[in-house]
Design a protein around this ligand. Structure first.
Ligand code: SF4
Length: 233
C-alpha cells in the first residue's frame, strides 16, 4: 500500500475528530482509530500553535461569535435539528454580533443586479454599504497581455479587464469593517483576497452554468455531469 504523507480528510473512514456520540465530560479524543494520513497524526504540533492563536483576545472573541452564529443557524424541534437561516441572514446577524457598521461588497459586473439587491437588504438592516464592481478602472484587457482572440466580447471590441486589485484597494480605503465577495471569478477572487486588508467573507462564488452554485455540478456528477469524474490517465 502507498504510504500517504499528507492529510486526506476527505477520504477519512472514521472522522474521529468529530467525536460523535461522546459527552463533553468524556475527556480527550483517542486517535487510535484515526487513519495514518490524519493531520492529527502527521502534524500534531500544529494544534498547539493554532490554539495559541485563539488565546489572542480578539481572535478568541471572533471565533466565539462565529461559533455562536453557527449554532443559531439551527433550531432544535421535537422531531430533531433543523436549519433556519439562509447565508444572507447569517451575514446580517454575524455582522451585528461583531458590531460592524460598514460593509463592502466586491462584486462581479455579471452580478450587478444581485449586488444592488444585497446592498439594499444590508442598508435596510442598518449598515452602510460600499460596493465596487470588478470592471472598475475601465482598463482594457490588452493591458495585462490579453490577445484580441482571447477576449469574450470579440477581437475588435473594447473589453475592460476585471480589476480585483483595485477593488481590494478601494474596499481597504473605504475602511469597511467586513468585505463581502459576490460572484468574483476564480483567480480574480484569489487576487482580491491577496490584496484586501480587511476581514473578508464570501456570499457567493461564480458559476456561470449553475446559478452560482458550483456544488450543483457535484450533485449531478453521478448522471449528467459524469464526465467530471473521469480519471485522466
Ligand atoms: S482530522 Fe483525522 S480523523 Fe478527522 S477527518 Fe481528518 S483524517 Fe479523519
Amino acid at each position: 500500500m502507498v504510504k500517504v504523507s499528507y492529510p486526506m480528510c476527505a477520504h477519512c473512514p472514521t472522522r474521529v475528530c468529530e467525536n460523535r456520540g461522546a459527552k463533553a465530560s468524556d475527556g480527550p479524543v483517542s486517535l487510535e482509530k484515526a487513519p495514518a494520513f490524519c493531520p492529527m497524526k502527521l502534524m500534531p504540533e500544529v494544534y498547539n500553535e493554532a490554539l495559541s492563536e485563539y488565546d489572542k483576545p480578539e481572535v478568541r472573541e471572533f471565533a466565539r461569535l462565529a461559533s455562536i452564529q453557527e449554532a443559531e443557524c439551527y433550531e432544535r424541534l421535537p422531531d430533531g435539528l433543523r436549519t433556519k437561516l439562509p447565508r444572507i441572514e447569517e451575514l446580517i446577524q454575524f455582522s451585528r454580533k461583531c458590531d460592524y457598521k460598514r460593509l463592502g461588497i466586491a462584486h462581479c459586473g455579471g452580478l450587478f443586479e444581485e449586488a444592488a439587491l444585497l446592498s439594499e437588504i444590508l442598508e435596510n438592516n442598518g449598515f452602510e454599504v460600499v460596493t465596487v464592481q470588478c470592471k472598475t478602472g475601465a482598463v482594457i484587457k490588452e493591458k495585462i497581455g490579453i490577445l484580441a482572440n482571447q477576449k469574450i466580447a470579440g477581437p475588435e471590441d473594447w473589453e475592460s479587464m476585471c480589476n480585483p486589485i483595485a477593488q481590494a484597494m478601494i474596499i481597504n480605503r473605504a475602511k469597511v469593517d467586513l468585505a463581502v465577495m459576490l460572484g468574483l471569478c476564480i483567480g480574480h477572487d484569489t487576487l482580491f483576497i491577496k490584496y484586501c486588508k480587511v476581514p473578508q467573507t464570501v456570499i457567493a462564488v461564480k458559476d456561470r452554468v449553475f446559478g452560482h452554485n458550483p456544488l450543483a455540478a457535484l450533485y449531478l456528477s453521478g448522471s449528467y455531469y459524469r464526465r467530471l469524474r473521469n480519471k485522466i490517465e
